[in-house]
Design a protein around this ligand. Structure first.
Ligand SMILES: C[S@@+](CC[C@H](N)C(=O)[O-])C[C@H]1O[C@@H](n2cnc3c(N)ncnc32)[C@H](O)[C@@H]1O
Length: 298
């Protein structure tokens, strides 16, 4: 299923590469507008996604996968390894209040619309803490929603407080920029493909909108952990369904790099990722380097 096609660097010469500029963003993080990692098919920026999107051209990207902050690290509790622990995924995941969170989501979703090709699609993942705001904004910004997928986690942690149903799914919204444009949907690959991890998928029957995929296995965390790392099987399905050979994929919230790693494993795709946190940039580089032995240009 996987194949790797080498791109010549000229094939992937982003129009947006600019001088090595370091500046201070609103979040006081020092960010760098020059890629920190670059191969013939993959570019990674250590930056605030708004700063990089600002320099990307209009109508440029084929598919966006965005897994923005959930805004849920606000003193609650969860279950980890059978123990009750505080939910603290990092400062990046704290809520700044309803209005500011909404303002942030609107800024990046608006930029995503500008940089997507007319036939391009966007996936946004989240939990109840963030997904309604993102869905509202997709509608406000006149995207056309294609599906909302429930990613069911058969191995989700139990709810130790026993005060609510155990949280065992996340939602993925899939939308296209222009309702009239023809988007990519690889129907046959989804219907007839091999999805061994999903006990709900019936072979050779249509792929439905509930996907049963376990959380990442330990071998996906060999190089370290990201607190909200997505399983490769999830990104594999997203990329195979909504991109073709040669597609340019963009992830403004790269995290531990799952989107870029899946794109590289599938092959024949190009990837641009942005991540604000140095630790997660390092993790992504290690994961990417495990797949490719190509020398780094930066
Ligand atoms: C939910 S996680 C993404 C996890 C990723 N999908 C994976 O599988 O590893 C969101 C990531 O966005 C990063 N982030 C938060 N705000 C950002 C911003 N303004 N620009 C770029 N990255 C940001 C966080 O550091 C975090 O790693």
């Amino acid at each position: 299923m996987y194949k790797n096609v080498e791109y010549k660097i000229e094939d992937f010469k982003p129009a947006f590469e600019i001088e090595n500029t370091v500046h201070i963003t609103s979040s006081d993080e020092q960010t760098n507008l020059k890629p920190v990692y670059k191969t013939s098919d993959t570019i990674l920026y250590h930056a605030d996604c708004l700063d990089i999107m600002n320099i990307l051209p209009d109508d440029y990207i084929d598919m966006i996968f965005a897994d923005p902050p959930y805004n849920l690290s606000n003193g609650g509790v969860t279950c980890h390894a059978g123990k009750m622990v505080s939910v603290n995924k990092g400062k990046w995941d704290q809520s700044n209040g309803f209005e500011k969170d909404l303002e942030f989501h609107e800024k990046w979703i608006k930029e995503c619309k500008r940089i997507l090709k007319p036939e391009g699609t966007i996936w946004i993942s989240g939990t109840n803490h963030s997904i309604y705001q993102c869905g509202f904004l997709l509608q406000k910004l006149k995207f056309h929603i294609l599906n909302d997928i429930s990613w069911f986690k058969p191995n989700a942690a139990p709810n130790l407080a026993c005060t609510t149903f155990a949280h065992s799914h996340e939602t993925l919204l899939w939308a296209k920029k222009d309702k009239k444009a023809k988007h990519i949907f690889n129907y046959e690959a989804m219907k007839n493909g091999y999805f061994n991890e999903d006990k709900m998928k019936i072979p050779n029957k249509q792929m439905r909108s509930v996907w049963s995929i376990p959380t990442p296995s330990p071998d996906e965390k060999t190089f370290g952990k990201h607190p909200t790392q997505k399983p490769l099987a999830l990104l594999n399905r997203i990329i195979l369904s909504s991109t073709n050979d040669g597609s340019l994929i963009f992830d403004p919230f790269n995290g531990g790099g799952t989107t870029g790693v899946a794109a590289k494993l599938i092959g024949s795709r190009k990837y641009i990722g942005i991540e604000i946190n140095q630790e997660f940039i390092n993790l992504t580089k290690k994961r990417l380097n495990q797949i490719t032995q190509q020398p780094l240009i930066f």
